[in-house]
Design a protein around this ligand. Structure first.
Ligand code: C2O
Length: 547
């Protein structure tokens, strides 16, 4: 019970003291803004001096035991593409967020600030350095956000008294691989979220964004080719992340145990950074920093798309969510529901979202997105939907290393990995198999960066000739490491650095291209983001394994 509050660093009493202290000191700015009217504090940056971070994210302290989650009743809500909402649905969405903004009482967990702070609490915290478990960078990511969106949607729905209300999703993946194509949805949904005063004022607007109406997310991050590779990942570990079963929650995300999934590590992070800094992806509040991201209403449309893509992945033949108990039934998450009841929910209560959470996704009508989904065979009705996460093999080949971390300079860097005889045989066998049961995986472990910095690094296999970041699909590109800063320099107390492991499953073609070679080269191309990447971005090991 309340596992994430049992950290010896602070007990509940301490929390209460801190909240009292913050109330008299830190919250003064917020209080002043409140007095000026709710609309003045829509973007968190408007109530705190730079750098813009929430002052505290501690949820209203609940008394008594959390209520058990009960499956939602009623007909499924239908989540639609934000680009396909009709005028009524757009006004309904705005009315819901306007109602959220009107709740300004600090101890009402339903209001806009409290809703945004839920995310801050679960992702490395606020200016007072208090936070709960970290749900980014590993296998909690998809399920935790699914639950978060569920409660958020229910709260909005109840505020406007409309039981059919559903969050929209921003299908940035509905685009083509043509970098010149301006028709796709890899752009900001400005019609709905982008204009400050179209509903005097627009409650979906956030002043900290910098995207312009003509900015496009490069297809190398979200286009069909890269989405096909991500959705084609056979193992949940590669798609949605993995964790360490033995470690208690507080020891996770402190280093090696977790590995980020491709959906989180690539497109998810990129869209965050791009929303606030489309030119250099450096990441600024709100969307560009995890502690503040959910203060921007577009966060929820972005994450609805992530959630939809998880459903698409899970519905495909051969794919299964983890059946590991640690993931499925041993880790509680806590949220306040629409009746302000502190509620405990486990992952096995969210994986069948239509059945237990009562919503579904209407697929986008955009041609390319539809084609992608259609091309993928669906689960047979009898096929298992959950399975133990496939273990990673011992390294087949690794970069020679002293065990010390290596800094990545601001320039593309190529790492050479010799393939010993045994590794070559394994690669040849996998490349020759018609339907290989294991996948070759390129791992980059021990990536470390200060928690107030972001980074975007493209990863290429056997392309030492790449000297600049690519914009569109490029042979040998296997994915990107995208890190959204957790927090700001003021709050580097509890978790001063972000350390993550990354996994890039190689396609059959990529494996075939390796066969017969006695060397593998991995080229890391820093895009931008870390300021001076050479000083702040380091990695410990690059190796090839299988699972
Ligand atoms: Cu919890 Cu998109 O981050």
């Amino acid at each position: 019970m309340f596992e994430h509050w049992s950290n010896p660093k602070f007990g509940i009493g301490k929390l209460k003291d801190l909240r009292r202290r913050e109330f008299v000191t830190g919250s003064l700015a917020a209080g002043a803004a409140l007095a000026a009217g709710a609309t003045a504090w829509r973007a968190w940056s408007q109530v705190t001096p730079t750098p813009t971070i929430p002052i505290e994210c501690v949820p209203p302290v609940p008394f008594g035991q959390a209520g058990a989650f009960a499956a939602a009743a009623g007909p499924a809500r239908v989540r639609k593409s934000v680009f396909e909402l009709d005028a009524n649905e757009i006004s309904r969405l705005k009315a819901a967020y306007a109602a959220l903004l009107q709740i300004t009482k600090d101890n009402d967990p339903r209001g806009w600030y409290r809703q945004g702070a839920v995310h801050c609490w679960y992702c490395s915290g606020a200016a007072d350095s208090l936070n709960g478990m970290e749900i980014h960078g590993g296998w909690w990511f998809l399920a935790w956000h699914r639950a978060y969106l569920y409660f958020h949607e229910r709260i909005l729905s109840s505020l406007i008294g409309d039981p059919t209300f559903a969050l929209p999703y921003w299908d940035w993946d509905s685009c083509s691989d043509d970098t010149k194509d301006m028709t796709g949805r890899n752009r900001f949904p400005g019609e709905v979220y982008g204009f400050p005063n179209d509903q005097s004022p627009n409650p979906l607007f956030d002043t900290t964004r910098a995207v312009g109406p003509n900015d496009r997310i490069p297809p190398i991050y979200v286009g069909p080719k890269v989405m096909k590779a991500i959705l084609g990942a056979k193992s949940f570990a590669d798609f949605g992340g993995s964790g360490n079963e033995e470690l208690p929650v507080f020891a996770q995300n402190q280093g090696d145990p977790q590995q980020a999934g491709q959906l989180e590590a690539g497109p998810h992070g990129l869209v965050h950074l791009w929303t606030t800094d489309p030119k250099s992806f450096s990441g600024l509040a709100d969307m560009g920093m995890l502690a503040a991201a959910a203060f921007d209403p577009v966060f929820f449309a972005h994450h609805a798309n992530i959630d939809r893509l998880w459903s698409v992945w899970a519905g495909m033949a051969g794919h299964a969510d983890p059946s590991n108990d640690r993931w499925l039934s041993q880790q509680p998450f806590y949220f306040y529901d629409q009746a302000q009841t502190w509620t405990e929910i486990f992952i096995n209560q969210v994986i069948d979202s239509e059945k237990s959470l009562s919503y579904r996704y209407q697929p986008p009508h955009w041609p390319s997105g539809a084609a992608l989904a259609e091309a993928m065979p669906a689960h047979a009705p009898t096929e298992a939907r959950v399975a133990q996460i496939a273990e990673l093999s011992a390294p087949l080949a690794a970069m020679s290393s002293s065990g010390q971390s290596k800094a990545l300079s601001g320039q593309p860097t190529t790492v050479q990995i010799a393939l010993p005889q045994a590794a070559r045989e394994r690669v040849n066998a996998l490349a020759a198999a018609a339907n290989p049961s294991t996948t070759l995986v390129l791992r980059i472990d021990g990536v470390e960066i200060p928690a107030d910095r972001g980074a975007v690094v493209q990863v290429f296999v056997n392309r030492p000739d790449v000297t600049a970041p690519a914009e569109g699909p490029e042979p040998g590109y296997v994915g990107s490491i995208v890190i959204v800063p957790s927090t700001s320099p003021r709050t580097l107390g509890l978790r001063p650095t972000i350390t993550r492991n990354y996994s890039f499953p190689l396609s059959k073609e990529e494996a075939a291209a390796l066969s017969g070679k006695d060397n593998l080269s991995v080229t890391l191309v820093p895009v931008t983001g870390a300021g001076k990447p050479g000083e702040v971005f380091s990695y410990r090991q690059v190796y090839l394994a299988s699972r």
